[in-house]
Design a protein around this ligand. Structure first.
Ligand SMILES: *[C@@H]1O[C@H](CO)[C@@H](O)[C@H](O)[C@H]1NC(C)=O
Ligand SMILES: *[C@@H]1O[C@H](CO)[C@@H](O)[C@H](O)[C@H]1NC(C)=O
Ligand SMILES: *[C@@H]1O[C@H](CO)[C@@H](O)[C@H](O)[C@H]1NC(C)=O
Ligand SMILES: *[C@@H]1O[C@H](CO)[C@@H](O)[C@H](O)[C@H]1NC(C)=O
Ligand SMILES: *[C@@H]1O[C@H](CO)[C@@H](O)[C@H](O)[C@H]1NC(C)=O
Ligand SMILES: *[C@@H]1O[C@H](CO)[C@@H](O)[C@H](O)[C@H]1NC(C)=O
Ligand SMILES: *[C@@H]1O[C@H](CO)[C@@H](O)[C@H](O)[C@H]1NC(C)=O
Ligand SMILES: *[C@@H]1O[C@H](CO)[C@@H](O)[C@H](O)[C@H]1NC(C)=O
Length: 480
């Protein structure tokens, strides 16, 4: 063997050792409000989230979509939902809607880069055909449910039409052994099993979208009882659900430590949308709620944590980022390259890992297809066209005698265009549209340019053949 060759082999070995790809654990909370974590609100009992957030980087301008499926579409594809046909709402359980198959998902991309990929939790990106389901979209294994919501204990999902069925799968097999077990515990245990069985010589990507804390409001009494000081039952249960989620995250991170995976790992924690204030969540000081274009619907609670990868920690990062940015960011972290020129996301590796500036100065909050409503951001400015959605107030923390929705100014009417300076007015109290018509015009022109690349929303009509009665009582693919 020549000396040169020996040096080459040695160098390759050394480079491989130095450039070992980091593990990635991507945790999504469902419907968690801006003000529903202990690091913002002393009412909340979330010691694990607080510890990780404070030792990591709290994301203070990390935007998501107003609803579940659209945000998950962003995490998986790096595309805005108005570019994939998922802009108008959530995927209906019995509708033939799905994340388009010609998009390479993040687990598919990470698999190409050598990762083992596992998913635990809520999919909500379509299941009418097996080809749309997690194990055919890049995940080696999957435990979870396909629809948007279900019972936390029985794992039965009911659609708007009243059709009911079990919605729980292990890979492609209906999983009936979980009846009675609360999903936060189920998902934590499955995540721990994955970590325990993981071959440490391979990088791990685990996508962990919890059911917590979406409705129905359900939690084992132990967690509700931790909030005896809260008089309103719904809020007490909701807070208990958040604490169960926090405990699950604590158990998972403890296992990551014990198994030695934490030393070279990026943990991402994000909500999928703002909190539904009408279901006991809270977004103060932000305006609005889940399903609205207000900051309360779209500015997501999130943080990152790592023991070894972050150059700067323990601070509030105010750089602008959007849910579509995770895809290219994780690809760069994994040593890969994003080769899709049409992707909406940009890598925020430098901002998140090095504490550098954001690569983003604008984004689309959403552009609806069916209704004439949209919002965009450009620098400090936010333009809202049409109705921002229902629940337009600054709902206070629920307290005794105050039930859902009471504070919500649902029947407000709004001018056709509103303009806010989010930097000066993050809580959206002052519509500047009448004062700055020339800025409104400039923003309207930008919105028109964004709109040109939109695609029609996918058909959400109900397919009777989806009914679980045709599938042994289970929500199953096979009807499109
Ligand atoms: C996916 O298909 C749609 C519709 O045919 C097309 O507009 C889009 O460019 C395709 N995207 C990619 C990444 O291939
Ligand atoms: C899920 O699929 C993976 C990969 O094929 C396999 O290793 C695992 O045993 C499967 N689990 C179940 C419960 O089917
Ligand atoms: C779940 O368990 C409960 C209580 O044991 C039982 O009544 C129910 O029928 C079970 N549901 C399913 C889907 O097995
Ligand atoms: C966390 O682990 C403890 C100790 O094993 C267990 O009692 C608890 O139920 C777990 N919580 C969750 C949410 O998995
Ligand atoms: C289905 O789509 C139509 C047309 O876009 C929309 O009006 C309706 O609200 C949607 N239904 C649901 C349940 O999302
Ligand atoms: C509509 O708004 C008015 C004025 O704010 C309020 O008095 C009324 O109760 C509201 N109605 C509903 C149905 O919310
Ligand atoms: C928005 O507010 C910021 C902070 O007060 C200010 O610097 C900026 O000039 C404002 N932008 C516009 C367009 O008014
Ligand atoms: C973080 O975001 C909140 C809510 O929008 C805002 O009130 C606060 O000023 C932001 N903090 C910083 C340092 O920008």
């Amino acid at each position: 063997m020549s000396l040169l060759r020996a040096v080459c082999i040695l160098t390759t070995f050394v480079i491989c050792e130095c450039a070992e790809k980091p593990h990635i654990v991507f945790i999504v909370a469902d419907d968690l409000g801006w003000n529903d974590v202990g690091f913002r609100n002393p009412q909340m009992i979330t010691p694990n989230l607080d510890r990780l957030a404070k030792a990591g980087v709290i994301l203070n301008s990390s935007y998501v979509q107003p609803l579940c499926s659209p945000s998950r579409n962003c995490f998986m594809s790096g595309y805005f939902p108005y570019h994939t046909g998922l802009q108008d709402g959530v995927i209906q359980t019995e509708a033939a809607q799905f994340l388009p198959v010609n998009l390479t998902t993040i687990p598919q991309k990470l698999k190409q880069l050598g990762y083992d990929t596992h998913m635990v939790g809520k999919w909500h990106l379509g299941f009418c055909n097996w080809k749309y389901t997690p194990t055919e979209r890049g995940f080696d294994t999957y435990l979870g449910y396909y629809s948007g919501m279900e019972d936390y204990f029985t794992h039965i999902s009911q659609n708007h039409g009243g059709d009911m069925g079990l919605d729980f799968h292990f890979n492609k097999t209906a999983y009936r052994d979980a009846n009675g077990t609360y999903s936060a515990h189920l998902f934590a245990d499955r995540a721990i099993e994955i970590i325990d069985n993981h071959d440490k010589s391979k990088p791990l990507y685990m996508y962990l979208p919890f059911q917590s804390v979406h409705e129905p409001l359900e939690v084992p009494p132990k967690y509700e009882n931790m909030y005896k000081n809260i008089e309103t039952k719904k809020r007490r249960i909701y807070c208990g659900m958040v604490t169960a989620l926090d405990e699950a995250v604590g158990n998972i991170t403890r296992t990551l430590e014990e198994k030695g995976l934490m030393d070279n790992l990026l943990l991402v924690f994000t909500t999928d949308n703002g909190g539904p204030t009408y279901k006991a969540a809270n977004n103060l000081p932000l305006r609005g709620a889940k399903a609205t274009l207000w900051e309360g619907g779209t500015k997501g609670t999130g943080f990152i944590y790592s023991k070894s990868l972050l150059k700067k920690t323990g601070y509030l990062n105010t750089g602008m980022m959007h849910a579509v940015d995770w895809y290219p960011t994780l690809v760069e972290l994994a040593g890969g390259e994003n080769t899709d020129p049409n992707m909406d996301g940009v890598s925020q590796y430098n901002m998140l890992i090095n504490g550098g500036a954001s690569k983003r100065n604008e984004f689309v909050y959403n552009i609806y297809d069916e209704i004439d409503a949209a919002a965009i951001r450009y620098g400090d400015l936010k333009l809202i066209q049409g109705s921002p959605g229902a629940h337009n107030g600054w709902a206070p923390l629920p307290h005794l005698g105050i039930d859902e929705g009471v504070y919500e100014a649902d029947n407000q009417t709004f001018p056709p265009f509103m303009l806010y300076n989010i930097t000066a007015d993050p809580t959206e109290h002052f519509d500047l549209s009448a004062m700055y018509p020339e800025l409104v015009d400039m923003m309207k022109k930008r919105l028109e340019i964004w709109k040109q690349s939109g695609v029609p929303a996918q058909d959400n009509s109900s397919i009777p053949a989806a009914n679980p009665k045709y599938y042994d009582g289970v929500w199953s693919p096979g009807w499109c």
